[in-house]
Design a protein around this ligand. Sequence first.
Ligand code: THU
Length: 136
Amino acid sequence: MEELIREALRMRGYSYVPYSGFRVGAALLTREGKIYTGCNIENASYTPTNCAERTAFFKAVSEGERNFQAIAIAGGAGGAAEFDYCPPCGVCRQVMMEFCDEKTFQVILVKSETEYRVMTLEELFPLGFGPKNVQE
Ligand code: THU
C-alpha cells in the first residue's frame, strides 16, 4: 500500500500537461503483486488526452495482465505543495469496470504519503455497466 502510494506520487513527475498543468500519477497493483505505473498525457487536440489511470491499465493489459487488486491515484495542480483527492473520471471508472471486480478492487485516492482514502470500485461506480451485462 505504501509503495503503491509513493509510486503514484512519483509518477506525477512524468505527466505531460502543457494545457492543464494538472499532474496525475497512478500505480496499479496486480493480484500477483506487480506494479504498473502511469501518468496523464495531454494533446494539442485535447480529446486524445489519456488519464494516468488508463495509461497504467493499458500498459498492464498490453503486457498480458488481467487480474488487479488496487490502484493508487494522486493528482493536483503542478506547482501546488498540497492537493485534494483526485477521483478518477467516468471513462477511467468504465475501464476499471472492464478488468476489475467492483466489490473487491480498491481505489486509493492519495493526498500525500500519509493521507489517503480507500474506496471500492462499486462505491465509486455503483451499478456500472460491465462485461457481465453483455454476457447475460
Ligand atoms: N486526469 C487524470 O489523469 N486522471 C483523473 O482521474 C482526472 C483527470 C487528467 C486529464 C487531464 O490531463 C488533466 O487531468 C485535467 O483534466
